[in-house]
Ligand binder design. Structure first.
Ligand code: IMP
Length: 187
């Protein structure tokens, strides 16, 4: 185990199992919603860079329906100083009007990023917007957001890394999700 890790919260095999279940559930729901139209207008999975990349790579392969992949990057800096605004660092390169969107997030903490992103995408008139979050970290929630699919719920306010999640761009490639030692966090 990495020396900066306090403890492992979700192991590699627990994550793999949960991702398989989510892929199955999401496939079933969109099949029901779209029927044969799914082949003409597949849902677009919008992954948030960079945290959701590893999750989305696995989730996409656990889905047995046609999907398109797209990516956005959003900066959370300045959210508190300018509420109501999200700084889009990298925008989508496709139009989402009339399309079904599945936002794929690594972790929802205060909910600010997701709330702003939903407002931004809804203004582009998609057919639907759903959300799949790998982790739902509840203690600091400030905005009410509806999460359609959740990998795991965290009720403690731990800072977690691994499986795409970083601290200062490190630890993303750990195959498990773990709480980081306080000593590894420099403020
Ligand atoms: P929110 O806007 O407060 O919901 O924050 C969401 C973003 O904060 C996530 O997409 C992550 O980039 C980051 N974040 C929040 N909590 C953690 C954590 O425990 N580990 C790593 N990143 C986190």
């Amino acid at each position: 185990m990495h020396t900066d890790i306090e403890r492992i919260l979700f192991t590699e095999s627990q994550i793999a199992q949960r991702v398989r279940e989510l892929g199955e559930q999401i496939s079933r729901d969109y099949e029901r919603l779209l029927g044969d139209r799914i082949f003409h207008e597949p849902p677009i999975a919008v992954g948030l860079l960079r945290g959701a990349v590893i999750f989305l790579a696995d989730l996409a392969r656990a889905m047995r329906i046609p999907i398109e992949l797209a990516f956005m990057a959003i900066s959370s800096y300045g959210l508190s100083s300018s509420p109501g605004e999200v700084r889009v660092v990298k925008d989508l390169e496709i139009s989402v009007a009339g399309r079904h969107i599945l936002i794929v997030e690594d972790i929802v903490d205060t909910g600010q990023t997701l709330a702003h992103l939903q407002e931004l995408l809804n203004a582009r008139h998609p057919a639907s917007v759903k959300v799949c979050a790998l982790l739902n970290k509840t203690p600091r929630r400030a905005r009410t957001v509806k999460l359609d699919y959740v990998g795991f719920t965290l009720t403690e306010d731990a800072f977690v890394v691994g499986y795409g999640l970083d601290y200062a761009e490190r630890y993303r490639n750990l195959p498990y999700i773990a709480a980081l030692k306080k000593s590894a966090i420099t403020t």
